[in-house]
Design a protein around this ligand. Structure first.
Ligand code: EAX
Length: 315
């Protein structure tokens, strides 16, 4: 009986909820994006006493990250956990934190993202009819490919590399010498069919999406720190009573801190696992050669993005 009423409560709870949040992610339930979304769901549903329900739409079932952002602008979705890369079309100032080799430690990441610069970037989401709630973590991005070992930038020459849908990311890989191809996630099929030779992502994503099956070489380039952002629909946010607006900020913050901790704790695990899976790993690529190639990028930065970039670089 007890079990029955519990099941009943779960089934009818959504009927009594006053607000419903559809939250989109492009990754699968084993990802950190999902773990963060799940934590957010637990907090929000509990602290709103069921007034708010959260439905996690995972694995790209509601479209690519760019499409999720567009749906958030129209309140067709209410929240998403989105990679910073494709956000730069909507919120150009976020480019400052996607600049190559700008972060050398988690300490600096947290200082910038949770500090004044991060806060102003999140505020800028409002101009795109979005809410930037909180930064969480995808991780440092590393290059993989199926063709050859990459130790220095010259080894990248001519490789067809899938990049995120971001002008900045395309430019980075052009400068390094690759043939960058922007595509939405996921890209396993394109890698396995050799439409592209390589890609770049944090170790967790490489492992969780089994890219080791189709990519032999991994270079720990850590070229870009990849933040994730809890993004929301501004219209939905404005429709909420103050106490629930506050709750969304609280819950995204707690879920982000939880996810960052989890992600960092497992970094070594993913490296060991990829080794066990047989990837050939260059743990100490010639980063200086990559840094040299991307130097001209700084001249492309204008306005607010330049202001943030200069500030981060001066720290
Ligand atoms: O969050 O599109 C990407 O490369 C992202 O880093 C990731 O895989 C999804």
């Amino acid at each position: 009986m007890k079990k029955f009423s519990l099941i009943l409560a779960v089934l009818i709870a959504p009927l009594f909820a006053k607000y419903s949040i559809d939250l989109g992610i492009v990754t699968t339930p084993n990802s950190f994006h999902y773990k963060a979304a799940e934590k957010f769901k637990q907090i929000v549903e509990k602290r709103s006493n069921g007034d708010i329900v959260v439905n996690i739409k995972h694995s790209g079932s509601v479209g690519s990250e760019t499409s999720i952002l567009q749906q958030l602008q129209m309140n067709a979705l209410q929240m998403g956990v989105i990679t910073a890369g494709p956000i730069d079309k909507f919120v150009p100032s976020i480019k400052a934190i996607e600049f190559p080799f700008i972060f050398d430690s988690y300490k600096k990441v947290d200082e910038i993202l949770d500090g004044k610069i991060g806060q102003s970037i999140l505020k800028n989401f409002s101009k795109a009819n979005l809410v930037g709630y909180h930064f969480l973590e995808n991780g440092f991005r590393n290059l993989t490919n199926s063709k050859r070992a990459v130790h220095s930038a010259k080894d990248v020459k001519g490789l067809k590399i899938r990049v995120m849908k971001s002008q900045l990311q395309i430019k980075i890989w052009k400068l390094i010498g690759a043939n960058p191809t922007p595509m939405p996630w996921p890209i396993y099929t394109q890698l396995s069919q050799h439409v592209i030779d390589g890609q770049e992502n944090p170790l967790a994503v490489i492992y969780q999406f089994k890219l080791y099956e189709v990519q032999k070489y991994l270079s720990l380039t850590r070229h870009v720190y990849s933040a994730l952002v809890f993004v929301g629909s501004k219209d939905f946010y404005n429709s909420l009573p103050k106490k629930y607006q506050k709750l969304l900020f609280e819950a995204t913050k707690e879920a982000s801190i939880y996810e960052r901790g989890l992600n960092r704790k497992k970094a070594q695990f993913f490296l060991d696992s990829l080794k066990k899976k047989g990837m050939i790993i260059d743990e100490h690529p010639d980063l200086q050669s990559f840094k040299e190639k991307v130097k001209p990028l700084r001249a492309d930065f204008k306005g607010v993005a330049k202001k943030y970039l200069d500030e981060i670089l001066s720290k």
